[in-house]
Design a protein around this ligand. Structure first.
Ligand SMILES: *[C@@H]1O[C@H](CO)[C@@H](O)[C@H](O)[C@H]1NC(C)=O
Ligand SMILES: *[C@@H]1O[C@H](CO)[C@@H](O)[C@H](O)[C@H]1NC(C)=O
Ligand SMILES: *[C@@H]1O[C@H](CO)[C@@H](O)[C@H](O)[C@H]1NC(C)=O
Ligand SMILES: *[C@@H]1O[C@H](CO)[C@@H](O)[C@H](O)[C@H]1NC(C)=O
Ligand SMILES: *[C@@H]1O[C@H](CO)[C@@H](O)[C@H](O)[C@H]1NC(C)=O
Length: 629
């Protein structure tokens, strides 16, 4: 129906706008209608539960290959049977529907076996970031409020840092992963190892389907951890309904079909690897090639030998590929689409040309965000944009996306005399907001697991009228008159580094507890040749105290994830406050690492587990791409 309406006005608009816009718009309509249609049908059949997306494929095409890992293929049936066994073992441990089970698994078939085993008994997987240890890991385990923790023995040393405390709080630890499932030799000093010997006592028959019935679209499906604006990582609730948007809508947006082969080297515990790569691929019945991690040296061989057609990226990976010397296979592959987030704006056309790739499908959105934008790009006209709402979409779909003016000093929304926010004009950067329905409506923010305060912080009320509600993206975006969205920056209290969001307040809270430090101001700075922002901290020490740099680094390394440890330090005479008594970050941020006033102490940078002076020579090295941070 939308198609007919669209066709009617197509003629008039077509002349005025590029065909890119029209094609992008039609894709947009198709994605919405596919998501609605599929959602309607699973709702009628009481099959909203996410596990059905795998189960239905496993029943329909059991002998098709779903997964390829290091040259070995895994059929749906194989993965189904292995996960059935583990599921029966979980049932034997008295895991009940809606219980949370933490899993810390690497990119490997055992990730999926664990994930589906937990899902199919109606429990909720909490996907633990495999880089964590110490306090951050403990924090993630506790906020999930879970009694069960399955970890790959590969992470034994990290898990050992929290094992005693976790057990004291009543948590049970089990080793399950690559070496237990496939090498049956493993023992673990931390908990029972689920070797084939143990699991062979359990049935590989299907678990009872009634465990999956009767849930609604709003029931939590899994927990994915995200670093937000304050505190340690937060557990974002992902409702079953959200996959409606990500899986069906995005599979249309990405243009993927059953004949494609996807390549995922992004961590599966994050949404890009799990929702985007895995679920998009699953939704059309295509094949997924998983790599343990991204390797710039192996990339083209992997893509070539596996006949990969779709690559799921984050921007940094594209930069690594571009920085590398030509590879004999870089134009001899079947890759036609790259799909992902954060492709550096200046690289789009070069990337397409150099590697001979037809489609760049860029999306913008957060794990917990109730919406996002999308740009299906095939040429220079729309290159660099993270979103594209063409003329048809803008005319026929009510957009929930608004860009509002932000005070550059306080970074708070600007309010007019009536107390409402002010929309930006074309090309004016402002914070992107996503509109939400009232309580119980469909367009909602799932929130953070058992964390009301953090959930509320992401919401903005009375934006354009009394009692309306919007989700705050925390990102500065600008939109031009053609409906193209461009990403400008993160707002001040978070920044992105190595594809992770770093919360400056979280880092500050850790830094200021260090004995000789009186005040700290953490922010992100631009570094030539690097995406996102590197962490920097401006410090004021207590009177007559000095900073023991090596000790300070050890202190930070114990308490912060690696990507959050400041790479640069500077010492300042005073911390300037804003009118609302907040620490003024903007000026520091703008001075970055190359515009610090000369009368101040030198900047220090992290090298060999301590901080040393950062010289002009060092800067030149970094700028010349000779030193990667
Ligand atoms: C499913 O997705 C469509 C399109 O994105 C959206 O309008 C609808 O509200 C979603 N349904 C649910 C239950 O989330
Ligand atoms: C498997 O079950 C058998 C029979 O119930 C039991 O004797 C054996 O100890 C079990 N093996 C393991 C590894 O749990
Ligand atoms: C890739 O494609 C080639 C030719 O189309 C075929 O011979 C080869 O078996 C394929 N390889 C894989 C891993 O599918
Ligand atoms: C802080 O305030 C002082 C005095 O107003 C000013 O000279 C200085 O440049 C400010 N520093 C920054 C980083 O804005
Ligand atoms: C790193 O620091 C350690 C201990 O201070 C020192 O022994 C080592 O030589 C340093 N390595 C480099 C590459 O500077």
């Amino acid at each position: 129906m939308l198609g007919t309406v669209a066709a009617a006005v197509l003629g008039s608009i077509y002349l005025a706008e590029s065909q890119f816009s029209i094609r992008n718009d039609l894709r947009h309509f198709r994605s919405v209608s596919t998501a609605l249609k599929n959602h309607g049908s699973v709702e009628r059949e009481d099959k909203i539960h996410l596990y059905y997306r795998f189960r239905d494929r496993a029943k329909a095409t059991p002998h098709n290959v779903f997964l390829v890992f290091e040259g070995r293929s895994y059929t749906y049936r194989e993965l189904e049977l292995a996960s059935n066994r583990l599921a029966h073992w979980l049932l034997d441990q008295k895991v009940k529907p809606q219980d949370v089970v933490c899993m810390m698994e690497q990119n490997h078939p055992t990730f999926f076996i664990t994930f589906w085993a937990i899902l199919k008994i109606g429990a909720i997987p909490a996907l633990i970031n495999t880089n964590l240890n110490e306090d951050a890991l403990l924090h993630c385990l506790f906020i999930a409020d879970s009694r069960f923790f399955l970890f790959d023995p590969l992470f034994e040393a990290q898990v050992a840092t929290v094992a005693d405390t976790a057990r004291e709080k009543g948590m049970k630890l089990y080793a399950y992963g690559e070496s237990t499932e496939f090498n049956s030799m493993t023992t673990s000093t931390l908990g029972l190892a689920l070797t084939p010997n143990v699991l062979s006592n359990y049935s590989d028959k299907d678990t009872d389907e009634s465990l999956l019935r009767g849930i609604t679209a709003l029931t939590p499906g899994m927990l994915i951890y995200t670093s937000g604006t304050t505190g340690f990582p937060k557990a974002a609730i992902v409702q079953h309904a959200r996959l409606n948007g990500t899986m069906w809508a995005n599979s249309v947006l990405s243009g993927i079909s059953k004949d494609d082969t996807s390549y995922c080297c992004l961590p599966l515990y994050h949404s890009a690897g799990l929702f985007m790569a895995t679920h998009i691929t699953l939704s059309v019945g295509a094949k997924l090639v998983v790599a343990r991690k991204f390797s710039v040296t192996r990339f083209w061989d992997d893509v070539y030998t596996n006949n990969v057609t779709v690559f799921f990226y984050i921007g940094e990976l594209c930069r690594y590929l571009m920085n590398r010397a030509p590879h004999p296979l870089e134009r001899k592959h079947k890759l036609h689409t790259v799909y992902g987030n954060g492709m550096p704006p200046e690289l789009w056309n070069k990337f397409r040309k150099r590697f001979g790739i037809k489609n760049i499908a860029e999306f913008y959105g957060a794990t917990e965000g109730p919406g996002g934008t999308f740009n299906y790009n095939q040429g220079p006209k729309t290159a660099g944009a993270v979103g594209h709402l063409g003329p048809l979409v803008r005319r026929f779909l009510r957009s929930d996306l608004k860009i509002i003016k932000i005070d550059p000093i306080t970074e708070e929304p600007v309010r007019n005399s009536k107390g409402f926010c002010v929309e930006c004009k074309y090309d004016e950067p402002g914070e992107l907001l996503i509109g939400l329905d009232g309580q119980g409506g469909r367009k909602r923010f799932d929130g953070y697991y058992k964390n009301k305060e953090a959930t509320e912080k992401k919401l903005l009320y009375n934006v354009f009228q009394k009692n309306d509600r919007y989700f705050r993206s925390g990102d500065l975006i600008r939109m031009n008159s053609k409906g193209l969205f461009y990403f400008m920056d993160r707002l001040g209290d978070t920044f992105r580094w190595h594809a992770e969001n770093v919360a400056t307040t979280e880092v500050s809270q850790v830094v200021v507890k260090y004995p000789s430090i009186a005040e700290a101001n953490v922010y992100g700075v631009k570094v030539p040749g690097h995406d996102g922002r590197a962490g920097m901290v401006a410090l004021i020490l207590h009177q007559d105290k000095a900073l023991d740099f090596a000790d300070f680094y050890q202190y930070l390394a114990k308490r912060l994830p690696k990507y959050a440890i400041p790479l640069f330090i500077r010492f300042v005479p005073s911390m300037n406050l804003t009118g609302t008594m907040k620490i003024q970050k903007m000026a520091f941020r703008d001075q970055g690492i190359d515009k610090v006033p000369e009368n101040e102490q030198p900047i220090y940078w992290l090298k060999n587990k301590t901080y040393v002076p950062f010289t002009a020579e060092d800067y030149a090295q970094v700028a010349a791409g000779k030193h990667k941070l």
